[in-house]
Design a protein around this ligand. Structure first.
Ligand code: NI
Length: 221
């Protein structure tokens, strides 16, 4: 048998091998077309704890609107008002931050100065520190509002600690625009970073201001 001649079974054997390979490739592709990947922005549900105590808040590492890495320790000693949102939000977030600003305006300057208002972005991809630095200066927002962002993992961890839901939602159409579904809640944390209470979406500035004053009275400030 020379190199130029093949036994009679050679060609069918090659055809069979190629056929099996093609079938394997198609099967593999079929597997890859299986369930769609889960939304990358959605935090996994936090494990349920049964201590009977509200497990909200905790350590976080994020980046502020000046580009500095910060943790909860940087805010120790000041009660925090925390809202999770994003700067591209057309309505809910700006309205909520205006309510926070209006509530603080109803306090005396001395009372107001004790609180640290914070916006934590749920859209770190677009909410760079520079973007937040512009956003937090809106006149109707709290005076000393601090914007926090970070990597997607950092933001996810913070959202998980606060039991905040958020999920990226693609807009229909040809553009690459997207929005972010998220819970709209203002959290009050005490001087040690412990959870005090939430002000649900729709709370009035007056009702929040009254709760903040009550908090200052009972926390001995
Ligand atoms: Ni929003």
């Amino acid at each position: 048998m020379s190199f130029k001649t093949r036994p009679i079974w050679f060609i069918p054997a090659v055809a069979l091998t190629l056929g099996l390979l093609a079938a394997a490739v198609m099967a593999g592709a079929g597997l890859l077309r299986g369930p769609a990947p889960a939304d990358a922005g959605a935090p996994r549900p936090a494990p349920v704890r049964s201590s009977g105590e509200a497990q909200v808040g905790g350590p976080f590492t994020l980046v502020n609107h000046r580009g500095e890495t910060v943790t909860e320790a940087d805010f120790a000693g000041r009660p925090m008002l925390i809202y999770f949102g994003f700067t591209y939000c057309p309505d809910v977030c700006p309205a909520s931050l205006q309510v926070m600003g209006a509530a603080l305006e109803q306090l005396t300057p001395e009372q107001r100065a004790q609180f640290q208002p914070i916006l934590i972005s749920v859209d770190p991809e677009r909410d760079t520190p520079d973007m937040l630095a512009q956003y937090v200066t809106a006149p109707a927002f709290p005076e000393n509002l601090t914007g926090l962002t970070g990597t997607l993992d950092q933001v996810r961890n913070a959202a998980r600690a606060y039991r905040v839901y958020f999920a990226r939602v693609e807009d229909d159409g040809v553009s690459s625009d997207y929005t972010v579904d998220h819970s709209s809640i203002i959290y009050l944390m005490d001087r040690e970073g412990r959870f005090v209470e939430v002000f649900p979406h729709g709370s009035s500035p007056a009702s929040i201001a009254a709760r903040l004053q009550a908090f200052l009275e009972t926390s001995g400030a």
